[in-house]
Ligand binder design. Sequence first.
Ligand SMILES: [Zn+2]
Length: 262
Amino acid sequence: MDTNSYRFGELSWPEAAKRLKEVDIVLFPVGSLEQHGPHLPLDTDAFDALHLAEQVVQSCSDPKPLVLPLLPYGVSYHHDDFPGTLSISNDTLSRLVYEIGMSVARSGVRKMVIINGHGGNTPALKYAAQMINRDAHIFTCVDTGETSDVDLAVLCETPNDVHAGEIETSTALASRPELVKLDKAKSFIPRFSSSYLDFSSKRSVDWYARTAKISPSGVLGDPSKASREKGEKMWEIMIRNLLEFVEHLKKLSLDEIYEKRY
Ligand SMILES: [Zn+2]
């Protein structure tokens, strides 16, 4: 009997051949393995990216998009001062994602949504997406939360809640409460020497810093404001928005994506 799994890696090759004729879109979760303060697991970003991809596809109309196996490592050199952080370079990440993208394009996939759980991966993933589009002419996009960030900001009480703070602790309390050590959580809300450096400002520049220079615990945000209820609400929003986007993409041919105007 054929499996009706949406997980790419669980299909046999004849099943993959059949499914790739029915659906031309894949989701590619990319994470990181890095410190998330003294209270959250190292694989928070990786788990979150995979969880989001799988929840979206489970709710998606048939034929369901396929979910590629998670890429669990990312660009995390800025957390290197904290033990447990394992990082790969921008070159390696972009090359790997580029080659996977080119390979899925050769398998007949026409649209690839990269679901990125970690901000540090963004430059490399955007570069890879551009190069895949250039060389394979398929639709490739990167979602590092853009589909929901404005909505989550409304729920979040803390400014500059960037890392292991209110948002990530809430989502972890909702999805893996057994791995959250709330008694060890330390709040650290960064203050900035210029408003143009402030992560939460709409006018800030992109800049890069080693986390240990800013926060001794590795936390940037306020985990004490986290709750399971908030986390459930956040997951609901993230899943709903991304699902809506994927449903739009499913219905659109490549020509329509490029030519339709709204
Ligand atoms: Zn994270």
